[in-house]
Design a protein around this ligand. Structure first.
Ligand SMILES: [Zn+2]
Length: 172
């Protein structure tokens, strides 16, 4: 689903992915406001227009993840949003993406789905693979830890990049 969204907007060839543009492209209005620290964001539909609320006090990478997560709800769970405001509290990327922890945290499947969507949107595997391949072909091969550099390039957290790098190696 994330890949088809990227394709629709002709994005995914370069990092970082302009997630705010994608939200707009999906017809959503993104509002940034100072929220309580444990609140990451929310989404609701007002008069047919999806409104995405983002905690402006959070780190920019986290705001980007929140927008991508809410876009996931919009694409995957729109029917569930028609009557309610969906509020996302403190979601921890590495925990929620980890299948093993799901049950112990009582994580809702739709949250896991929205997180996976966000991961695929923010760090498309074909692009990550292309960049990794380019690195191997260049003198960068001496660089032992590409994690920071890649996280910076894609403007995502290190834990998100770690997760995506694992996904890349899993597809090999
Ligand atoms: Zn959510």
């Amino acid at each position: 689903m994330a890949a088809s969204v990227l394709q629709r907007f002709k994005l995914g060839e370069t990092a970082p992915i302009p997630v705010d543009r994608i939200a707009k492209g999906l017809g959503a209005v993104v509002r940034y406001s100072a929220l309580d620290n444990e609140l990451s964001g929310m989404i609701f539909i007002k008069d047919g227009t999806p409104i995405i609320g983002v905690n402006a006090l959070h780190h920019i990478n986290r705001q980007r993840f929140t927008i991508a997560h809410e876009c996931g709800h919009l694409e995957l769970h729109r029917d569930l949003l028609s009557n309610e405001v969906h509020v996302d509290k403190d979601f921890s990327v590495p925990v929620l993406l980890n299948r093993d922890n799901q049950s112990s945290l009582g994580t809702e499947p739709i949250e896991v789905q929205a997180n996976r969507f966000a991961a695929a949107l923010l760090v498309p595997l074909p692009l990550l693979q292309k960049i990794l391949h380019g690195r191997l072909a260049s003198a960068d091969i001496d660089d032992e830890s590409p994690l920071d550099e890649l996280a910076r390039k894609f403007r995502v957290s290190k834990s998100m990049m770690e997760y995506r790098l694992k996904s890349v190696s899993a597809t090999k």
